[in-house]
Design a binder for this molecule. Structure first.
Ligand code: NAD
Length: 269
C-alpha cells in the first residue's frame, strides 16, 4: 500500500524506533509517508542506522540516543525534536517487551527488581514521554496523535505473563484516559496490540512456537513488523481523524476465537 504524502509536513517521535524490529519498521513507514522522524533508541547505532536508511530513501530523520527509563530523557527528546523539526504531531511509544528484560515465570518467583524493570520499560516510560510531549502539542494548538504499542498479552491472561501482561493492560488503560484528557485539544490517543510478531528479537523463542502460532491464528501465520507499522500509520494519520481511545488488536484473528471449543454440527456434517 502506498502511503506517500499522508504525513507530509508532520513530525513524529518514535520511542524505541531503532533496531531491526517493529520500531524500525514504524520509523521507516512514517518517514515514507512524509513525516520527519525523531528515532529514539538506547543503542546509538540502532538509531543512526534507521535514520541513514530513511535519509537514503529521501526522508528526514534525527537519531536521538536516550534511555527512555530515565526521567530526564523525555524532555531532552522533546527539545531535540523541536530543535530539529520545530513541532511534534505524533508520538509512537514502541519500546517494550519481555525477553530482553526478564525471564518468563510464575508470579511467586518474580523478584521485585525484575518486576519493576518490566513495568519501567513497558508502562512507566510512556507516562514520562506523554507528560513531556502533550504540553507541547497543546501549546502549538494543532492537535496530535499518540500511539502506544501494547500486546495481546495485555488483553488475555496467561501463565508466566503477569508482569508483562499487567504493564501492557495498564498501557491500554492509560491510552483511554489520555483520550479523554487530550480530546478537547484535538489530540487523539490509540493503542495497537500485536499478536505474535516474527522479529529478529524473538526469532529463537518463536521458532519453536511458530507451528503453534500458525495453528492458533485464523490467517495462518505470525505477524510481521510491517503489519504492525501499517496500523500505527493509520492511527498517526488523518485517516483516523475521528478515532480515539481505541485498542486495535493486530493478531491475525487470534482473539476472535471462542475459547471453550467448537461444538460439532447437530447433523454430523
Ligand atoms: N515481537 C512480538 O511478538 C510482539 C508481540 C506483542 C507486542 N510486542 C511489542 O512491540 C514492541 C516492539 O517489540 P520489538 O520486539 O519489535 O522491539 P524492537 O526491535 O522494535 O525494539 C525497539 C527498540 O527499542 C530500543 N530500546 C529498548 N529499551 C530502550 C530504552 N530503555 N530506551 C530507549 N530505547 C530502548 C531497543 O534498542 C530497540 O532498538 C514492544 O513494545 C513489544 O512489547 C511485540
Amino acid at each position: 500500500m502506498s502511503a506517500q504524502g499522508l504525513l507530509a509536513g508532520k513530525t513524529a517521535i518514535v520511542a524505541g524506533g531503532g533496531g531491526a524490529g517493529i520500531g524500525a519498521r514504524i520509523s521507516r513507514l512514517l518517514a515514507g509517508a512524509g513525516a520527519s522522524v525523531a528515532v529514539v533508541d538506547i543503542e546509538p547505532d540502532r538509531a543512526t542506522d534507521v535514520c541513514a536508511q530513511i535519509e537514503a530513501a529521501g526522508g528526514a530523520a534525527l537519531p536521538v540516543t536516550a534511555d527512555l527509563r530515565d526521567a530526564s530523557a523525555a524532555p531532552a527528546i522533546l527539545d531535540a525534536t523541536l530543535g530539529a523539526f520545530g513541532q511534534v504531531d505524533a508520538l509512537v511509544n514502541v519500546a517494550g517487551g519481555m525477553h530482553a528484560h526478564a525471564p518468563w515465570r510464575p508470579l511467586v518467583r518474580w523478584q521485585v527488581d525484575d518486576w519493576d524493570r518490566i513495568v519501567e520499560i513497558n508502562l512507566r516510560y510512556v507516562f514520562l514521554m506523554c507528560r513531556a510531549v502533550i504540553p507541547a502539542m497543546i501549546e502549538r494548538g494543532a492537535g496530535g496523535s499518540i500511539v502506544n504499542i501494547t500486546s495481546i498479552s495485555g488483553v488475555f491472561g496467561a501463565p508466566n505473563h503477569s508482569a508483562y501482561g499487567a504493564a501492557k493492560a495498564g498501557l491500554i488503560h492509560l491510552t483511554k484516559s489520555l483520550c479523554l484528557e487530550c480530546g478537547p485539544h484535538g489530540i487523539r490517543c490509540n493503542a495497537v496490540s500485536p499478536g505474535a510478531v516474527q522479529t529478529a528479537a524473538v526469532s529463537g523463542a518463536m521458532d519453536e512456537q511458530l507451528e503453534a502460532v500458525r495453528r492458533a491464528t485464523p490467517l495462518g501465520r505470525a505477524g510481521s513488523p510491517d503489519d504492525i507499522a501499517q496500523a500505527v500509520l493509520f492511527f498517526a494519520s488523518p485517516m483516523s481523524a475521528y478515532v480515539s481511545g481505541q485498542m486495535l488488536l493486530v493478531d491475525g484473528g487470534v482473539a476472535a476465537r471462542f475459547p471453550l471449543g467448537t461444538p460439532e454440527p447437530a447433523d454430523g456434517q
